[in-house]
Unconditional design. Structure first.
Length: 134
């Protein structure tokens, strides 16, 4: 467990992003991940100065502590069908396609058991085109 020490400074009123020293917050969500009835904060970051291409790190914050973190290309933490756990989705390192046209993503299902997040399974999700190209 990592204690959150950096304060989030709000951007100007007309801006959506919030900035940390080396990252800006790409998304901010709240949902229960450990089945305790209390929502946690899920933060996805992008490095300041990089292309606008998605998250490179995501954290789950409970109180003032980071209780789970992932750092992968285009990583995000998304809700599961239940309040026990979540999915981590990220771009596969084996995907040769450019960022505009990804062929799919990888997804791992985590559940909270005995005080830890345990991976249950991993799957690869692939996209395919329907119809003909112009």
């Amino acid at each position: 467990i990592t204690k959150v020490v950096a304060a989030v400074n709000p951007a100007p009123q007309d801006a959506i992003a919030h900035y940390l020293p080396t990252d800006y917050i790409w998304t901010l969500e709240k949902f229960d991940v450990d089945n305790d009835g209390i929502v946690e904060t899920i933060v996805s970051y992008n490095f300041v100065g990089s292309a606008d291409a998605g998250s490179y790190r995501s954290d789950i914050i409970k109180g003032n502590n980071i209780i789970f973190s992932v750092q992968e290309d285009n990583a995000s933490i998304v809700p599961a069908d239940t309040t026990n756990g979540f999915y981590v989705e990220w771009r596969s390192a084996d995907d040769p396609a450019p960022r505009c046209c990804e062929e799919g993503f990888k997804r791992t299902r985590f559940v909270f058991k005995d005080g830890k997040f345990i991976p249950l399974y991993e799957q690869e999700v692939k996209y395919f085109k329907v119809g003909k190209e112009k």
